[in-house]
Design a protein around this ligand. Sequence first.
Ligand code: HEC
Ligand code: HEC
Length: 337
Amino acid sequence: MMRTLLTVALSGCVMLPITAAANDDRTQAYIDQLTAMGFPAPNENQLVHIPPSMADLEKADIHPELKKVIRRGYDLFTNTQQLRGKNVFNNMNCSSCHLGEGRMPFSAPIWPAAVTLPGYRGKNGHVNNLEERIAGCFTYSMNGKPLEYGSDDMLALSAYHQWLATGVEMYPKQPIYGRGFPAPERPAELSYVNGEKLYQKNCAVCHAEDGVGLRIDGHTVFPAPWGDMSNNWGAGIVRLHTAAGFIKNNMPLGQPNSLTDQEAWDIAFYMDSQERPQDPRYTGDVKETAEKFGPTFHKHSMYGQVRESDGKLLGDHDNTGDKPFLKPDTVRSRTFD
Ligand code: HEC
Ligand code: HEC
């Protein structure tokens, strides 16, 4: 039953039986690989999609000009630092959080956005298209300024997202297997002290004791989980459950699912209780901002809360890191009233 559904989900269009069988095997091998890494198998109802790789692109029967555009999008996604000082003001690449070049399940693979948008987004309270979703990660995760809508680079980046979704139907009815950073169940108690200990033991070797990561010759080797060179307070990963899911599924690098749920949450609690650049939606008052965006966002973060270890009010500052402005002017609301 599951195999049949997976084949249907994968093929998306007309498939000869023999191809369907081959696809079936390929999907099963893919799932076997993931379960061997500790990830859950898909349930019967879920859509499993294996995004194409850059090697597949070379073989693909599409116009050479389109290949160039997709290659450029891939290049921007994995080396976003080339936009530093213009669109990116921290040490991140898109691929710093979206592992496997944006293809890895349980690491917020990016292709689902291409088949579920335009759609309503609670975070900004209006209908977003793919470009605006990408702009969101520039604004918050890259502490930056989105690429201009319709620009060459925005076209390239969105083409890369869309191409990864090759073969998936628009607005699929099935839930998508491995979408986002699914969080383990939240334990009853979270420990900052334990989180700090675990971070120093398991993470500091790459990300540094003080969370600055490592940068060599203008190239990010290990990104910064907090501080001026990290994502700002408005980024999805400052929500504890998102950070816990990211950590459990992806870190330490190369050892997914090696931490217990409690450990992943404690580290997330510690990491997300450190300072970082101001939320671009800042009104000038941290309490007011936390309240205004509480229901749609900050109820899951430590922003505007007092850190117990030293009594610090988190997010109470005007620091925008390396970014010479607070809010990019592209961030606006829409209404069709
Ligand atoms: C600091 C970590 C981080 C960085 C860097 C980052 N993102 Fe994201 N991204 C996230 C998080 C968190 C989500 C939300 C996942 C969820 O909903 O669970 C997300 C979601 C997305 C989605 C939507 C995926 C879906 O399932 O609909 C897209 C598309 C996306 N990011 C693109 C990008 C692009 C393009 C860049 C670089 C310009 C980027 N991201 C950089 C953390 C990051
Ligand atoms: C062996 C080195 C290594 C170890 C150990 C490691 N990471 Fe990472 N981490 C990376 C790399 C590299 C990336 C970026 C992924 C990429 O560029 O492919 C990353 C990305 C991240 C990110 C997203 C980007 C950012 O900086 O916010 C977070 C958060 C993170 N790691 C947290 C942790 C935590 C927590 C631990 C410990 C449980 C940990 N890492 C252990 C290498 C490591």
